[in-house]
Design a protein around this ligand. Structure first.
Ligand code: ARG
Length: 593
């Protein structure tokens, strides 16, 4: 077996390391970071773009180089001899085009097949990340926006985890605030035996919320009681704490059902968790002179913003911002996270912008220009629209129930699958269990992928027809592509497991080489998706990969050809990489379709 290249990082990182050595030899007097990109032209696979920048640094300093091209030539010449690079040539003002050695590419793929895809994990500059995602509000139904946050957040978590970063998956549920006064009083009124209530007994919590709100708005006496209930709850009175807990528990049960369907892990640390930390955190900010009095409230004035960040309301209560400041303090100082990432709709951008700035003013975070850790990021996303171009809703309810939505995706994909299998006469090969599992994987996968493939900042239109189509850039198409590769492997009489160890990959045909090169880019794609917090980058890669596979398969016969052993390994490697992409996207791959 080939020796494991574990820990070596992405191909781009490895090339960068070689380029760094060359730069040191070429211009020892200047200290620069290697600039390496994937080549878009046909003269190389990767490209080093340092020459021009270096030229502007050394010219006029008595350097022996005549122009940027000469620096490029020297960089190319000084690349250390190794089995990675086959050749390097220089174009125009010093672009160094690097061609990778075919045998190295082949070896890297084979090595992955033997030692597992984890050897292709990129190396990221962080060890611990807090990922704040999903974060619905108690007693209010989880809506499609929370679905987006859940799906995007989970994928980011999976990508970081794959890259050996510890991820604290945090569900920052809205479980605190004045609405609890009215909910608690309404609970007492409607369910005198509330203590014995099971988690389902209240029925629809959203309806319960609305009814209590109506009561609150219409009855002054009730309103009064509700307001007192808030005070008693916050004062820690036992009965009120217990009622609050009950309501949270019922909500949690509903949320958990959705998480289970989506196969998403989350640890709940709701707003209430950070409540005890707020006074001390505000005290610190106050002693730094950051908090001022304004119109009865306590606020932080932030440069570039007209309105200040309110941290204590006029009635003395804390709010969303005070909780977020305390949570950030906790995440930095107790949890020691280096990167804190928040996934919410773009509508909250200003809130995040302001409290991140406040944290910088307090010296908790370095200036973002320094590109240092710890750092915070807001991962914003657009709206989910219905066919009418308006915010996505269903006829019966104002908001879309996530459970129903996933159910529908599953049953639609099941009926399509049934129809196709019946037409092909293949239905006999399928057990009920297989049908069920497959439609679930395809249906849920379609919902997730339709969300993830878009640039997250844009709004996207929710359409079952589109996401469940087997044509175009959809999860269904990709599931088919993967299943087809699996069936090619099954059709061959050769044993792939044995070939992994004893066989050899050759990349003689141009389409084989293109596919091989794209496969080994996997790590740098994950790296890019993590660095820029963009799951769509991974979707695009997955889609391109399947297109490249199709080209390879169209032009290179696999089963029954003299190249079968090598090509079968390429099929297997493609399937492995595709499955790993699916895994990171939270999609269950299917092996037959
Ligand atoms: N509960 C909020 C909402 O539904 C999202 C919370 C996001 N996280 C945070 N730390 N602010 O909009």
């Amino acid at each position: 077996a080939a020796p494991a290249l574990q820990g070596a990082g992405s191909v781009k990182q490895q090339i960068s390391n070689l380029v760094a050595l060359s730069l040191r030899a070429t211009v020892p007097e200047v200290d620069v970071e290697p600039i390496v990109e994937v080549c878009t032209g046909k003269f190389g696979d990767y490209q080093c773009n340092n020459a021009m920048g270096l030229w502007s640094k050394v010219k006029g300093s008595g350097t022996s180089f005549k122009n940027p091209n000469a620096i490029g030539q020297a960089i190319a010449k000084n690349l250390p001899a190794c089995d990675v690079i086959e050749s390097a040539s220089v174009a125009g003002p010093g672009f160094v085009n690097i061609v990778l050695s075919k045998s190295w590419v082949a070896k890297r793929i084979q090595d992955m097949l033997v030692n597992g895809i984890t050897t292709w994990a990129p190396i990221l500059p962080v060890k611990r990340v807090v990922l704040d995602f999903s974060s619905p509000n108690i007693a209010k139904e989880m809506h499609v926006g929370h679905l987006r946050s859940t799906i995007i957040g989970d994928t980011l978590a999976r990508m970081f985890e794959f890259s050996n970063v510890e991820v604290l998956r945090r569900n920052h549920v809205g479980d605190w605030g004045t609405q609890f006064g009215m909910l608690i009083e309404f609970l007492f009124e409607k369910f005198p035996n509330w203590e014995e209530l099971g988690s389902q007994a209240i029925g629809d919590l959203q309806v319960f919320y609305k009814a209590s709100k109506q009561r609150f708005d219409e009855d002054a006496e009730f309103k009064d009681r509700a307001q007192q209930a808030v005070v008693r709850l916050q004062g820690g009175e036992e009965k009120y704490r217990a009622a609050w807990k009950k309501i949270c528990e019922i909500s949690r049960n509903e949320f958990d059902q959705v998480y289970k369907l989506l196969d998403v892990q989350l640890e709940e640390k709701g707003e209430s968790f950070y409540n005890p930390y707020i006074p001390q955190v505000l005290e610190k900010l106050s002693s730094q002179g950051l908090i001022e009095e304004s119109e009865g409230a306590r606020v932080i004035f932030i440069q570039g913003h007209q309105i200040p960040l309110i941290v204590v309301k006029r009635d003395g209560g804390f709010n969303y911002a005070s909780t977020d400041l305390a949570a950030l303090w906790y995440r930095l100082n107790v949890e020691k996270a280096e990167w804190i990432i928040y996934v919410t709709d773009v509508g909250q951008q200003q809130h995040f912008d302001m409290f991140f700035k406040a944290a910088r003013m307090a010296g908790w975070l370095p200036d973002p220009k320094e590109k240092k850790f710890p750092k915070t990021s807001h991962v914003g996303f657009g709206l989910v629209l219905g066919a009418d171009g308006k915010r996505f809703r269903t006829r019966s309810t104002e908001v879309v129930r996530l459970g129903d939505l996933l159910d529908e995706a599953k049953s639609r994909s099941k009926s399509e699958l049934l129809q196709r299998l019946t037409e092909n006469g293949k239905i006999v090969d399928w057990t009920d269990e297989e049908l069920e599992q497959t439609s679930k994987a395809v249906g849920y996968g379609a919902v997730k992928y339709a969300d993830l493939k878009n640039n997250r900042l844009t709004n996207y239109t929710f359409s079952f027809d589109q996401m469940l189509s087997d044509k175009g850039n959809t999860a269904v198409y990709l599931q088919y592509a993967h299943a087809r590769i699996c069936s090619i492997i099954r059709k061959s009489n050769m044993d792939v497991e044995e070939l992994k160890v004893s066989g050899n990959i050759s990349l003689a045909h141009p389409d084989e080489r293109v596919l091989g090169l794209y496969l080994i880019r996997y790590a740098e794609i994950v790296e890019e998706a993590c660095t820029n917090l963009l799951p769509s980058v991974l979707c695009e890669y997955l889609y391109n990969l399947s297109e490249m596979f199709t080209r390879f398969y169209t032009n290179c016969q696999v089963v029954g050809s003299p190249e079968e052993p090598s090509r079968l390994l390429l099929c297997e490697a493609t399937a492995v990489v595709m499955r790993q992409c699916f895994q990171l996207l939270g999609i269950t791959p299917v092996y037959k379709l």
